[in-house]
Design a protein around this ligand. Structure first.
Ligand code: RIB
Length: 297
């Protein structure tokens, strides 16, 4: 029997990563340690996280008509992800993320470029492919009206949707309620929902908390599923790994708490290497990690 189909609709970026000891202040120049171009983008990252863990994944997104676009498509292809019409946008650059790494954390500026062309018209043309999905996964680096369209399409057709609202942008409550799960980090959760316990969508929230794990509402309180203590090299893409892994775990039928444990483990592995995608584990890596850590956090 074929595995459930996960469709990721989202961004593809080239990450321009500079590592430095000191974040420059306004008007200041500092000397960096090293620079790397690494594939990224929340959509592509989540698709790759899911595919490496054994998910059957198709991807809808757009690249620019530049060399980054060619490279970014190849990376997705090489991961065994089915690319649906990921065609270059003429006279447009691929999305880029300027990332400054320092003191074990990051600061990111995303310039969407071709990602802005994942518009309703484009997605509507691919509707039949979307309707084949068992689960849809979206993030907020594509136009918000596209997200609204996807939420309505999936709700009308009983397809579950995980919405990772990163970076934080506001939707109407009428839209949020159409999501199956909403996965902000702690900062995004407060920015978007304020008092997270008393919202119409409180039960849909899975709040990621970095080195503390992730929590979701059980009864009246948020239950925390702690994560694993590991040495951290780069947290870029940890949230994406969590979301891709969560999608795979839910499609394998795990209960929510177990699915979050699985996603925590994947994210814990991902932060141990530089770059969003480099440290994302394969299924074998994750199984070995759990075996070694059984009972430990
Ligand atoms: O979540 C990490 C991602 O955010 C990076 O890969 C970067 O492209 C930005 O989109």
């Amino acid at each position: 029997m074929e595995k459930p189909l996960i469709t990721v609709i989202g961004s593809v970026n080239m990450d321009l990563v500079t590592n430095t000891n000191i974040f420059p202040t306004q008007g200041e120049t500092v000397i960096g340690d090293f620079f790397k171009t690494l594939p990224g983008g929340k959509g592509a990252n989540q698709a790759i996280a899911a595919a490496r863990l054994g998910g059957r994944v198709q991807f809808i997104g757009r690249v620019g008509d530049d060399s980054f676009g060619v490279e970014l498509k190849k990376v997705l292809n090489d991961e065994g992800i089915h690319l649906i019409n990921v065609e270059p946008v003429t006279h447009m650059s691929s999305g880029v993320a300027t990332i400054i790494l320092s003191e074990g954390d990051n600061r990111i500026i995303v310039t969407p470029g071709a990602n802005d062309y994942v518009d309703i018209e484009y997605v509507e043309r691919l509707k039949d492919q979307i309707l084949k999905s068992d689960l849809v996964l979206v993030q907020f680096e594509i136009p918000l009206e596209t997200i609204r369209y996807i939420l309505t399409l999936c709700k009308d057709n009983d397809i579950p949707v995980i919405v990772n609202p990163a970076p934080a942008r506001q939707l109407e409550m009428d839209d949020w309620v159409k999501a199956t799960y909403i996965t902000p980090n702690e900062t995004e959760a407060v920015q978007l929902f304020g008092d997270v316990k008393n919202q119409p969508i409180s039960k849909q929230l899975i709040i990621t908390q970095g080195s503390e794990g992730a929590s979701f509402l059980v009864g009246e309180t948020f239950k925390q599923i702690p994560t694993y203590k590991v040495p951290v090299t780069d947290t870029t893409g940890a949230g994406d790994t969590f979301n891709g892994a969560l999608a795979v775990a839910l499609m394998e039928g795990l209960e929510l708490a177990e699915a979050i444990k699985f996603a925590n483990g994947a994210a814990a592995l991902s932060v141990q290497k530089l770059g969003a995608q480099t440290g994302m584990p394969t299924r074998e890596d994750l199984d070995n990690f759990f075996q070694k850590r059984r009972g430990l956090t």
